[in-house]
Design a protein around this ligand. Structure first.
Ligand code: GN1
Ligand code: MG
Length: 373
């Protein structure tokens, strides 16, 4: 067994003894490992190295996670749920300091990036007999909508203020500003070749920054959102029921559109976000309807009429924002997203712009469906 990893695990207050540590899943941001214990009655654990390039403030990150998981656990207990350890993530404290949920360890080539730095590591209880899904159908979209709405509903009355783990992550005004700044610098000499796309995107800028303006006018609240609402960020049991929402690093205050719109951006596209064949791109109303039905069932307890009316806007906002972010990265010279070929980011831009226009054309149909719910 890798001595470094087992000595990290040893710092946490686990039950049982470590029998095996092996890689888990295919996350691109954090390194994730499964820690198996020897005793049948002891839980297994998930060990994770937090990527501090993406999440620089690990204290804020873990404070957020502690508050969120603690609050959800209280709600589940209060309503008499059973099997709670499978319905909310449980992070394990350090033996030496029960108030701390992570430890720093030097980076080595076989565990984390080399380069002489150190990284934070954390440990959580592994949820057994659970599966994740990579693709959606209307049934799982409805379940996902209900689960993400429920997640926001449970956190609607959290008594503490959560920090922004990625500053201005879903702030449309900021994302447009970032784009304009890189256009002015043109560091990779790509601006001229994408001028028509820039013009087209910027022609929607006023309309798409409506949420920020309404926020400033005090008409639109920020609530605790998950901010990475993909179907693979939830665990299902063997009967296909949602157990819990995972991957809590981006949980932070935002307009509720984040969770609603970003799920539809990935799930309701007829094809992958980087498919260069634009004839395959389009907004799938069956997925939209199923997800919206599930979401409204659990979110109606807290949504204001304005938030509800603006859900079609949210469905268009996220493809738009993603097109802006991909274009920013393309013009920057492909620094943020991994690219498998030179025009990969540009294909992503065109795909998301096409999805945006498809959703935009369906806004009235979406509004009519929402009004009936
Ligand atoms: C990144 O890598 P992934 O899929 O978790 C990005 C999201 C984007 C997505 C687009 C922290 O998410 O906001 O929507 O790429 N996450 C971050 O593929 O920037
Ligand atoms: Mg993820």
């Amino acid at each position: 067994m890798n001595q470094k990893l087992s000595s990290i695990v040893d710092q946490f207050a686990i039950r049982g003894t470590v029998a095996e540590i092996k890689p888990l899943g295919e996350g691109l941001i954090n390194d994730t490992l499964l820690v198996k214990t020897a005793e049948p009655d002891a839980p297994d654990y998930v060990l994770q190295r937090v990527n501090t390039n993406v999440f620089p403030d690990v204290d804020m990150l873990m404070d957020n996670i502690r508050a969120v998981t603690g609050h959800i656990r209280q709600k589940l207990e209060a309503r008499g749920e059973t099997d709670i350890d499978r319905k909310v993530l449980t992070f394990v404290p350090l033996k030496a300091d029960p108030a701390k949920l992570y430890t720093m360890a030097p980076d080595t080539a076989d565990a984390g990036p080399s380069g002489g730095g150190a990284s934070p590591w954390r440990l959580m209880v592994f949820i057994n007999d659970a599966v994740t899904k990579q693709a959606v159908n209307p049934e799982s979209s409805e379940a996902a909508g209900e689960a993400f709405g429920e997640f926001q509903a449970m956190l609607a009355d959290i008594p503490v203020h959560l920090g922004e783990t990625i500053k201005d992550f879903h702030n449309m005004e900021f994302r447009l500003q970032q784009l304009k700044e890189v256009i002015a610098k043109d560091p990779a000499g790509r601006v001229a070749s994408v001028q028509p796309i820039i013009d087209e995107l910027l022609s929607y800028a006023d309309e798409m920054t409506l949420a920020e303006r309404l926020g400033r006018e005090g008409k639109l609240p920020k609530r605790i959102c998950h901010c990475d609402t993909k179907v693979n960020n939830m665990m299902f049991d063997k009967q296909d029921r949602v157990l819990c929402v995972i991957d809590l690093d981006t949980v932070m205050p935002n307009f509720i559109f984040s969770d609603y719109g970003d799920f539809l951006r990935t799930a309701a596209n007829f094809t992958a976000e980087d498919d260069p064949d634009l004839s395959k791109v389009g907004f799938n109303m069956d997925i939209f309807k199923a997800f919206t039905r599930g979401y409204l069932r659990s979110a109606k307890s807290f949504l204001t009429p304005l938030e509800k009316d603006m859900l079609p806007y949210a469905a268009t906002l996220f493809p738009y924002m993603q097109a802006v972010r991909f274009l920013w990265d393309y013009i920057s010279g492909d620094k943020y997203w991994k690219c498998r070929y030179p025009e990969h980011n540009l294909d992503r831009v065109k795909n998301q712009l096409a999805l945006f226009k498809s959703a935009y054309a369906l806004k009235d149909e979406m509004a009519a469906f929402i009004a009936e719910q």
